[in-house]
Design a protein around this ligand. Structure first.
Ligand code: NAP
Length: 317
């Protein structure tokens, strides 16, 4: 099968395909060698980002989507080495199951409590997590800043992505870490964890109200949205627009749509703002480095990712 973009966007394989491939591994330059496991997974942008990287580096094989249901995860993972795979990415809802299913876990993934990258080596499964480090690289590339120099307010700190970013920022000893979440109990628990993981880090909790956010934002450098709010244009605003200003950098982890209400509000008031594509790109680059032990061809990945994201946005407009 050829690597054309439309095909990459729609192709979804299943665990039955993995069983077939494990018995009779496909051959040739288009054989699957990497995948993303998820459910749903049909709109994953990883194949159009990763396949140009494989081509650019002259690595035969391609990256495919596999829809894996909850009860199938461990079997699916164990089939991959026999099917000739190098590794896989893991996305919603399997990142926590992946931590338990692998044979070895790198220390950061263990701390984050989730695995999004699995590599096969000498018959063993190695789990790691590129989400937190991908966030740090995206921050550096997009705004030219380091998390450790920033006062950060994190909306949605209690979700999976928010937790990863909060832990990474605490490990970086950022100047200030303010956690906001709709369900307060989740960030209270996270705060206890952060104090144990990064002694000296003093995470704060701010209630999700207009007044509390207005006050907190006066002494914040970076606002991160790790909620799913913003995906639907009818979603309520995340923060009072008048509290955003040119002193802020805004990192919206949402990438569909490419320009969320938060990004528009922020830019209108002179803030610098980016969407979640840069984090997706950099976590993908780190996964690539984990599998192949070489630098990822970032520009080939970026252009594949941006092209596919724009096409997806156009299609669903
Ligand atoms: P998740 O674990 O389900 O967490 C969802 C978060 O959003 C929770 O904090 C939840 O608050 C909050 N939330 C949901 N609906 C809300 C509402 N109506 N009002 C206020 N808060 C609400 O999901 P996730 O995996 O962390 O993903 C979160 C977002 O990050 C998604 O948009 C995802 O696409 C994006 N993401 C991007 C990247 C990237 O590379 N750019 C990577 C991972 C995730 P409660 O705790 O109160 O439920």
């Amino acid at each position: 099968m050829g690597p054309d973009r439309d095909l990459e966007k729609r192709e979804v394989w299943t665990v039955s395909d993995l069983r077939r491939w494990a018995e009779d591994p496909p051959e040739g330059p288009d054989r699957p060698i990497l995948s993303v496991f998820g459910d749903p997974v049909a709109h994953s942008l990883s194949p159009p980002m990763m396949n140009p990287a494989l081509r650019e580096c002259g690595i035969g094989g391609r990256y495919v989507r596999v829809r894996v249901e909850a009860g199938e995860f461990e079997e699916a993972l164990r089939l991959l080495p026999a099917a000739g795979f190098t590794g896989t990415n893991v996305t919603i809802p399997h990142k926590f199951a992946a931590l338990r299913a692998v044979d070895e876990v790198d220390p950061l993934a263990l701390t984050l409590g989730a695995v999004n990258t699995v590599r096969f080596e000498n018959g063993r499964l190695w789990g790691s997590n590129s989400d937190g480090p991908g966030f740090l690289r995206a921050l550096r590339e997009s705004f030219g800043v380091e998390a450790r120099d920033l006062r950060i307010l994190l909306l949605g700190a209690g979700g999976g992505a928010g937790r990863a970013v909060a832990i990474q920022c605490a490990l970086e000893r950022c100047r200030r870490l303010v956690l906001v979440n709709r369900t307060a109990a989740k960030v209270e628990e996270l705060c206890r964890e952060l104090r144990a993981l990064a002694p000296g880090a003093e995470p704060e909790i701010v209630a999700w109200t207009g007044d509390a956010l207005r006050e907190a934002l006066g002494t914040i450098d970076l606002i991160v949205n790790a909620t799913s709010l913003g995906m639907d244009p009818a979603d309520p605003p995340l923060a009072p627009a008048e509290a955003l200003g040119r002193n802020h950098c805004v990192f919206d982890m949402v990438y569909k749509p490419l320009r969320t209400r938060l990004i528009c509000d922020a830019e209108l008031r002179g803030a610098r703002a980016i969407n979640g594509l840069s984090m997706l790109l950099h976590q993908g680059a780190i996964s690539f480095e984990t599998w192949f032990g070489r630098e990822a061809p970032l520009e080939a990945m970026r252009s594949g990712l941006e092209g596919a994201a724009a096409a997806l946005e156009e299609e669903t407009r």
